[in-house]
Design a protein around this ligand. Structure first.
Ligand code: 3PG
Length: 400
């Protein structure tokens, strides 16, 4: 595929897709971490310095989710890092957006509305089908180039990722280039024992990763934490209690439950689950054995004993990959699982790789992000890459 080195951007209008999907505070809906925004600065700056007119498209959350919000804060934050105003335009395909794009002058940048406002953005379609969308048909004639710097979403075959490269000369941005280069050199030669720590809330994604990681022998041991662990406890027949069951509702379908049961049955000896958890009672952290569940309080972290047990597994590993936090890191009293497992990774001699917006954000907050071999801005895309599966957004760029 092409990189920024392959084109001259002076006076050209560039459609730049980035991934600045950030963790938010659930109450204030303010960004709690801007790591991904900082990582796209080199690409934006280079394009602007080259005299391009840059139009940024990006997403935040998914429709229906609490973190599906507009990109006003993102634009303000990027303005701060660029020392240049990134005007937020609350429109994508309407007259307002079109006139803003047409009136852009070289060296200036705007950011359009959350691209997932378009109902077809999330539809799983081929690149060619997406190229026929209203998005591509309306915007493509206004642009000279498409640049994709959204490595963290490269595993999705979504409209703004795979459609434009079918019709516009396209390139990867600097971040995408860096991630692909670093990860390619790393995963061609995995050292064993290899431990994967999978957490967070995207349980249906974790299931697929586990299956392939174990089949392909990319992972020898998988440690489950976060909501993913709770889901597997349910699959094992544990009653986690009403609040945790509710938290799992969206992802825990009969299909994912069956898949989890199958993994436990067939690959159980490679899967480690917490034997104790931390719940919130009267605003406080309380340790509890899994055997003593259910409880009418939410599980927000793995327990003390499990942290110790997992630390011993991480210690002799030669490769450790962590994606997804171990607990609700937005609340200080539930950061212990994530923080302590990261500390164990940092102390080990293993090649350590951290992925996932929330995970990387946590490492930053703990002041630990310098202590890993490589820190990716991606979660799901990184996992897809590790497992040797094609990344639709990268494939779409390759074709051109
Ligand atoms: C991510 O955070 O993994 C990417 O932004 C993709 O988000 P998604 O899982 O909602 O598609």
């Amino acid at each position: 595929f092409n990189t920024l080195d392959d084109f001259h951007f002076e006076d050209k209008t560039v459609l730049l897709r980035v991934d600045i999907n950030c963790p938010l505070d659930k109450e204030t809906l303010k960004l709690t971490d801007d790591n991904r925004i900082r990582h796209i600065v080199p690409t934006v700056r280079e394009l602007l310095d080259d005299g391009a007119k840059v139009v940024i498209i990006a997403h935040q959350g998914r429709p229906g989710d609490w973190d599906f919000i507009d990109l006003q804060q993102h634009a303000e934050c990027l303005s701060k890092y660029l020392s240049k105003q990134v005007r937020y335009v609350d429109d994508i395909l309407g007259d307002v957006a079109i006139s803003e794009i047409k009136n852009l002058t070289p060296g200036n940048v705007i950011m359009l509305k959350n691209i997932r406002e378009l109902p077809y953005e999330l539809e799983k379609k081929s690149a060619e089908e997406h190229a026929n969308s209203e998005l591509v048909k309306t915007l493509a004639p206004l642009f000279d180039y498409y640049v994709n710097d959204a490595f963290a979403t490269a595993h999705r075959s979504q409209c703004s990722l795979v459609g434009p490269p079918c019709v516009l000369p396209s390139a990867v941005g600097r971040l995408m280039e860096k991630e692909l280069t670093a990860l390619s050199s790393v995963f061609s030669d995995t050292n064993h024992p290899s431990v994967f720590i999978l957490g967070g809330s995207k349980f249906s994604d974790s299931i697929k990763v586990m299956d392939r990681a174990l089949t392909s022998k990319a992972a020898d041991i998988i440690i489950l934490v976060g909501l993913t662990a709770s889901a597997f406890l349910v699959a094992r027949g544990v009653d986690v209690g009403e609040p945790s069951r509710k938290a799992l509702e969206a992802e825990l379908t009969p299909e994912t439950l069956d898949a989890a049961k199958k993994l436990l049955r067939e690959r159980g000896e490679h899967i480690l689950l917490p034997f104790d958890v931390a719940v919130e009672e009267d605003g406080k952290r309380k340790n509890m054995l899994v055997g003593d569940l259910p409880i009418n309080a939410p599980i927000y972290d793995i327990g003390k004993g499990s942290i110790e047990k997992f630390t011993k597994v991480i210690d002799p590993a030669k490769t450790v990959f962590m994606s997804g936090p171990a607990g609700l890191i937005e609340k200080e009293q539930f950061t212990a699982g994530t923080r302590d497992l990261m500390t164990a990774m940092a102390h080990s001699d293993a090649y350590t790789l951290l992925g996932g917006g929330h995970t990387v954000g946590a490492a930053e907050r703990f002041g630990m992000s310098e202590r890993f071999s490589y820190v990716s801005t991606a979660g799901g895309a990184l996992e897809t890459f590790i497992l040797g599966k094609p990344l639709p957004a990268v494939e779409a760029l390759r074709k051109k």
